[in-house]
Design a protein around this ligand. Structure first.
Ligand SMILES: [Zn+2]
Length: 434
């Protein structure tokens, strides 16, 4: 059976690589993956054996974080329509209801959820000929949106997995949920899928990320340790006044924000582990001789554990409140994204490692070693939900030669990684549901 899965996986390579180029060319950022979602829903539906959830069935409306403004949603819906979104499924994605879930029911047995994120980043793609997608004619035609983190590859891995599983469904005993998640960047989407209850009946949840192979390994069979984080937008509101004639009448929002920035970076470290704080943008005021009545900043806190992140967030909120009060201003804080921290389950990590060594000896697997620092990943919400109900979670890495660092305008990955990832996903599903 593992041999059959290997053959089926290499059989879908060309098709999913071509689809990857189509998604790359029509890159869509978080909550705007309308064309992408409609095409995924079309493909899953055409396979005939999946129950396909779209639109409001996928994400809990109120816990979608960092949703773009209505005008942006409307304009991108129009764009997705013009760029060949599937006419049957596109209407479900209106107003940012992106993401798709495909459910394959194969009788009694455990439920395995596989997660594939589908969004692009707000990056302007390189126009240089040395950039492979440019040279091959599939660079993004959507200005300021680029797949520079490989999620175009993740989406197509999911489609490849769907096709292989559809072929071997008679050998499976249980349920498989393929979760095509929107808005991973900025850690905005996973929570709303968890809140909708899609992880509540899941025994095993598995996700993966494409990464650069620096030492020849094809897979790292584990992961986690991503930092917990909260992304905040903060507004300070004061009162404008003549800077010379009546400064005493003004309430200086710029001053409040500046004081907040300095004091945010002065939050004491947590004794139990690493923490981070960053104010990435600050915009304030309207003119040289006017007391600034508004200031807006975009900031984030992180912690090596959810406890440390919560500490950083509580301190940050206190700084913002105090600085606003100090200058007679009001303030407003909006949560734009959040992720937990979570570790892969040791049992499932070992199972994946042993399986690759035993059934896929031509791949080099490496066991996961926890690292300090690192980014954040909202798959941790799904991991945490499944683990807290007694299930197991795995986040693994599929490695290949990559151009440029992730999130850069010259990022690209070697498409051969796609069918390798399909093979590992499907072998794991079979191992659990056989
Ligand atoms: Zn990513």
């Amino acid at each position: 059976m593992y041999q059959k899965i290997a053959e089926l996986a290499s059989g879908v390579q060309d098709k999913i690589a071509a689809q990857r180029r189509d998604f790359h060319k029509h890159a869509e950022t978080g909550w705007l993956e309308m064309r992408t979602s409609s095409i995924i829903a079309r493909r899953l539906t055409d396979m005939g054996c999946f129950k396909v959830l779209v639109g409001k069935e996928v994400c809990d409306a109120d816990t979608r974080m960092g949703l773009p403004d209505q005008e942006v949603l409307d304009a991108n819906y129009q764009r997705a329509l013009e760029q060949g979104g599937d006419p049957e499924f596109l209407p479900f994605t209106k107003d940012g209801f992106t993401g798709v879930i495909g459910i394959l029911e194969c009788g009694e047995g455990p439920t395995v959820a596989l997660r594939f994120d589908i969004d692009a980043l707000g990056v302007i793609e390189s126009k240089e000929d040395s950039h492979y997608p440019m040279a091959e004619g599939f660079a993004s035609i959507n200005d300021g949106m680029m797949h520079s983190c490989g999620h175009d590859g993740h989406a197509c891995t999911g489609l490849g997995v769907a096709e292989v599983l559809a072929n071997i469904k008679d050998q499976l005993h249980g349920t498989v949920k393929l979760i095509f998640q929107p808005a991973e960047e900025g850690v905005r989407g996973a929570r709303s899928i968890v809140e909708k209850g899609h992880l509540d009946d899941v025994d095993f949840v598995i996700g993966n990320h494409i990464g650069a192979n620096t030492d020849g390994a094809d897979f790292v069979t584990g992961g986690g340790g991503a930092m917990a984080t909260t992304k905040l937008d903060v507004w300070f509101r004061g009162a404008s006044a003549h800077a010379s004639g009546a400064p005493h009448v003004g309430k200086n929002a710029l001053q409040a924000a500046a004081a907040a920035v300095m004091n945010l970076y002065a939050i004491p470290h947590h004794g139990k582990g690493e923490s981070r704080v960053n104010v990435g943008t600050l915009h304030a005021g309207t003119g040289r001789n006017v007391i600034a009545d508004i200031a807006k900043m975009e900031m984030e806190v992180r912690g090596k554990s959810t406890e440390i992140k919560d500490y950083m967030e509580a301190c940050a909120r206190n700084v913002i409140k105090s600085c606003a009060e100090m200058y007679g201003c009001t303030y407003e804080i909006k949560v734009m994204g959040a992720a937990q921290t979570a570790e892969s389950s040791p049992e499932l990590m070992k199972r994946a490692y042993d399986l690759i060594c035993r059934e896929m000896p031509e791949y080099k697997a490496k066991e996961y070693v926890p690292q300090p620092g690192g980014g954040s990943e909202d798959f941790t919400y799904m991991m945490e939900r499944v683990q807290s109900r007694g299930g197991q979670a795995l986040f693994f890495r599929s490695l290949c030669p990559c151009a440029g660092p992730g999130h850069s305008r010259i990022y690209n990955f070697d498409e051969a990684v796609l069918s390798r990832a399909v093979r590992v996903f499907c072998s794991l599903v079979y191992d659990i549901l056989k």
